[in-house]
Design a protein around this ligand. Structure first.
Ligand code: ATP
Ligand code: MG
Length: 572
């Protein structure tokens, strides 16, 4: 397996989380004959998101950490009306991209339809299940509430033979949807609503994407899931907390059927992220109603969206590791995820210079037709990444933000009469400004450079307070750059998530200038644009003819921070 299994990354967690502690105990007690078998069981009804990554890292991670560990990828495809092959393919792509390998352990709950049906028949024969002919509405009424017990269905006492006959006819397609369901006989007075004669099978006259028209009755989640786990010899069935109340039913089904393998269901807290929604239903709504460009819109918390945004599998795995596994729900700050990607890219992303909002600079004392090739370091964090050449000439672009005609206190970048360093080049002094006659806006800076300062230091030892980035106007490449911000303006978007959308979640800049080394950039590759952040060449839209970059995450901008702090001070 990829870096996820590398020793230095796993030994960093000296204390085991509660799930790994349970597994370690079970191994010591030889509870499952020394086996650890987990599974990741997505329903193929949408794309995977960062919450699923937590579950994937846990299930595959636990298996990888144990010598005899295995982890199955199982599609929980028991609902023919919502599932599609497209989703299955995307899920496989995403799991692999995250760095995990299910080998030959790919399964489908739909492969067990025959076995599941036999189990249902077995329960009927044992007097543990019955065909209920109440309508769905009646079933709801009979179920009772959290404070009131339910009432027994009038069909609960149906003779076994009649149940068998009706169930067979359900299977043969004799009845319409909603006319009959198969229910377990448990306890209509149970304080746990899941135990009040839950439905096990329902009629659905829908073709399934794998089994076609073979079935018109389909097992319910609570019946199919525990049995699929059992059929596959799962030892630890890890799921999120909302299934805690389903555990008694999980155990009931397996106990009543006296199966050989009875996995242990263990619940952990699902991942919640601030300023984010993590629900396939909600994410699907954003896509369907055009609030984003698709499941892989770089603002989406889907793995496809994060990938397109420039997130790396390593950063996501590291994030999941740092979030850990707990028993109590909480909301993780999205800043933690941003920290993880910054840390990773800081080590690995090559640096380049790019100007997002260009301001033209003419160096009056630089020879007209001269172009120099200056050495620039690819990554100061990693010498092995070497150096590259960047062209320097008389006309440059710098960032509009790096110039102030009337500089506020503590603004040390370029301003009239001030000298700054051009990264990897020379000291530069602003000697004049050219303004647009109508708007009065500064459109060009007239500057001089000191030829003695090549490489960025002055022989007389004089210092400058700022270093700014630049590109040579003529050699630079034009590009579109998309600056992404949070998709939601509320920390907890909640059910009113559409109203909580951030109207400024993307800003598209179309006149950016990039250093020429990016001419052949591979779609999907990520660079640090010096002083600005990390940017990923868009894997869908970027081409050598039309460069398009997505901002993965900004660097922390020290000036923006000072300015904000000053504004706050003024207010108070
Ligand atoms: P959603 O709530 O997004 O619709 P789901 O739980 O319906 O997700 P499944 O395809 O059933 O999606 O999920 C597959 C596995 O991923 C399950 O074991 C589920 O518990 C886990 N999972 C889903 N969301 C999260 C999350 N936010 N954090 C951790 N695990 C999750
Ligand atoms: Mg689910």
């Amino acid at each position: 397996m990829d870096a996820s299994g590398s020793p230095e990354e796993t030994t960093e967690t000296p204390s085991l989380d509660f799930i790994r502690a349970i597994i370690a105990e079970d191994l010591k007690a030889d509870k499952h004959g020394g086996r650890v078998a987990t599974r990741f069981p997505p329903e193929p009804n949408g794309y995977l998101h960062i919450g699923h990554a937590k579950s994937i890292c846990l299930n595959f991670g636990v298996a990888a950490q144990n010598q005899a560990g295995t982890c199955n990828l199982r599609f929980d495809d028991t609902n023919p009306t919502k599932e599609e092959v497209e989703y299955e393919e995307s899920i496989k792509t995403d799991v692999q991209w995250l760095g995990f390998d299910w080998g030959d352990r790919l399964f489908h709950a739909s492969d067990y339809f025959e076995q599941l049906h036999q189990c249902a028949v077995q329960l009927i024969e044992a007097g543990k299940a019955y065909v209920c002919s109440l309508s769905l509405e009646e079933i709801r009424q009979y179920r009772g509430t959290l404070t009131e017990p339910g009432r027994n269905s009038p069909y609960r006492e149906r003779p076994i033979q009649e149940n068998l006959d009706l169930f067979e006819r359900m299977r043969q397609g004799e009845f319409d949807e909603g006319t009959h369901v198969l229910r377990a006989i448990i306890d209509m007075a149970s304080p746990n609503l899941n135990m009040r004669d839950p439905a096990l099978y329902r009629i659905l006259k829908a073709a399934h994407h794998r089994s076609g028209d073979q079935w018109c009755i389909y097992p319910m989640y609570d019946f199919a899931h525990c049995l699929s786990d059992s059929f596959e010899g799962i030892t630890h069935s890890l799921c999120t907390l909302e299934f805690e109340d389903h555990r008694p039913l999980y155990d009931w089904v397996l106990d009543e059927l006296e199966v050989d393998c009875h996995p242990q269901q263990i619940e952990f807290a699902r991942l919640n992220l601030s300023y984010t929604v993590l629900s396939k239903r909600k994410l699907g709504e954003l896509v369907r109603d055009g609030h984003v460009s698709g499941w892989d819109d770089p603002r989406m918390p889907t793995l496809g969206g994060l990938r397109r945004r420039g997130y790396t599998p390593r950063a996501i795995r590291k994030f999941c590791e740092e979030v850990g596994v707990a028993k109590r729900d909480s909301v993780v700050a999205v800043a933690k995820l941003e920290h993880a990607i910054r840390e990773d890219l800081n080590q690995r992303a090559p640096r380049v210079m790019s100007v997002l909002r260009p301001l033209r600079v003419v160096i009056e004392n630089y020879p007209e037709d001269q172009v120099e090739e200056l050495d620039a370091v690819n990554n100061p964090e990693d010498e092995a990444m070497g150096t590259r050449k960047v062209p320097f000439s008389r006309v440059l672009y710098i960032e509009q933000d790096d110039f102030r005609e009337d500089p506020p206190r503590k603004f040390f970048r370029l301003s009239p009469g001030r000298e700054v360093r051009l990264r990897y080049a020379y000291f530069l002094t602003c000697v004049g400004v050219v303004k647009d006659e109508q708007s009065g806006q500064v459109v060009e800076l007239r500057c001089t450079y000191d030829p003695e300062t090549r490489g960025g230091s002055a022989p007389d030892g004089r210092k400058v307070k700022a270093t700014i980035h630049w590109v040579s106007a003529e050699q630079s490449l034009s590009a579109e750059v998309r600056l992404y911000d949070r998709l939601f303006k509320e920390e907890i978007p909640g059910d009113e998530f559409i109203a909580a959308l951030n109207p400024d979640s993307v800003e598209t800049l179309t006149s950016c200038r990039l250093e020429p080394s990016l001419a052949e950039v591979e779609p999907g590759s990520i660079h640090q644009f010096e002083r600005l952040g990390y940017f990923c060449a868009d894997s869908v839209e970027s081409s050598p003819d039309r460069l398009v970059f997505n901002r993965t995450v900004p660097l922390r901008d020290s000036w923006a921070r000072i300015e904000k702090a000053m504004a706050q001070k003024k207010k108070s």
